[in-house]
Ligand binder design. Sequence first.
Ligand SMILES: NC(=O)c1ccc[n+]([C@@H]2O[C@H](COP(=O)([O-])OP(=O)(O)OC[C@H]3O[C@@H](n4cnc5c(N)ncnc54)[C@H](OP(=O)(O)O)[C@@H]3O)[C@@H](O)[C@H]2O)c1
Length: 338
Amino acid sequence: MMKAWVINEFGIDNLAFEDREKPQAGSGDVVVRLRSASLNYRDFMVVTGTYNPRMKVPAIPVSDGAGEIVEVGSNVAKWKVGDRVMPIFAQHWFDGETSEEKRRTSLGAGSQWDGVLREYAAFHEESLVKIPESLSFEEASTLPCAGVTAWNALSVSGNVKAGETVLTLGTGGVSIFALQLAKLFGARVIATTSSESKMAKLKELGADETINYRVREDWDSAVLEITEKKGVDHVIEVGGGDTLGRSLTSVRLGGHVAMIGALSGPAGFNPISVFMKAVRLQGIFVGSRKMLEDLCKAVEVNRMKPVIDRVFEFDEAREALKYMQSGSHFGKIVLRIS
Ligand SMILES: NC(=O)c1ccc[n+]([C@@H]2O[C@H](COP(=O)([O-])OP(=O)(O)OC[C@H]3O[C@@H](n4cnc5c(N)ncnc54)[C@H](OP(=O)(O)O)[C@@H]3O)[C@@H](O)[C@H]2O)c1
């Protein structure tokens, strides 16, 4: 038997710590002993029922994990016992564009593709990526969704170049990865946040300019002042309703807005600036196994360390989700599965 966190009914306090049957490796599968999981805002939405109120339960939440292989099924060529691996976010999305079929294989949002908040899980051998040597299990567990999303936004969709300017919003998991990767690519970063203490942390991580969006509610004007009215080349847009209009003011003519999230709710926005400024507005849906593999290479070569705000123990999943809800974190929230 093993322990797993299970959604039987929505709500953080309803999350149940249950005994489940330990999985076995079928043909082409391996069993992974999960050692760490990291939270994304999506996991908070899944648990509270705001991601998909019709989601089938019982279901095990959380998409991002890392662990070691403890059993190898027949017909497995890629892996051996002891290998350190991460399951990919969408289990059937290996390369190329996404599709409805691939998107449906995303972990942690329904009973068909149970998530990683459990001690053991079986995965198909093709649906895993090797953990970079330079990362711990905790660090690796932050990559499959948040890291890959930032990679997709900047490297794939954005094709960001040294010397360009990137605007990041807030200091959650995706935005902090975007800051780190943008600096790695040689870009200038303007980062917004809600507090003075987080501004100092952003500077330590390499942000060139920071804006407190509570002090400067017209933070788009501040961005234009910093860029001498030109605007930024890329916006990592995670805010949605409250931020998209100002993001469109902040972006330069012909610039790129990576549409990633809706932390403040859905956006009803004025489309005029999109065409008048010939903005490229690109929706981002996490990314493929290839993107995670490419991110891992970049992480390893540059010894880049994911920013972990706090590590909770496995039996503290409810506390970890409530901490995410508070919005006081900077970077990633991780659960150690020992
Ligand atoms: N499309 C995709 O593939 C994809 C993948 C991953 C995430 N997402 C989405 O992207 C968003 C961010 O996800 P995450 O996991 O990084 O979240 P997170 O770690 O929970 O980020 C929360 C942080 O965002 C900042 N924030 C909150 N409201 C804001 C606002 N109105 N304006 C600016 N900043 C705000 C706050 O930082 P400060 O206190 O510093 O302001 C807060 O601490 C979510 O909507 C999530 O669903 C989408």
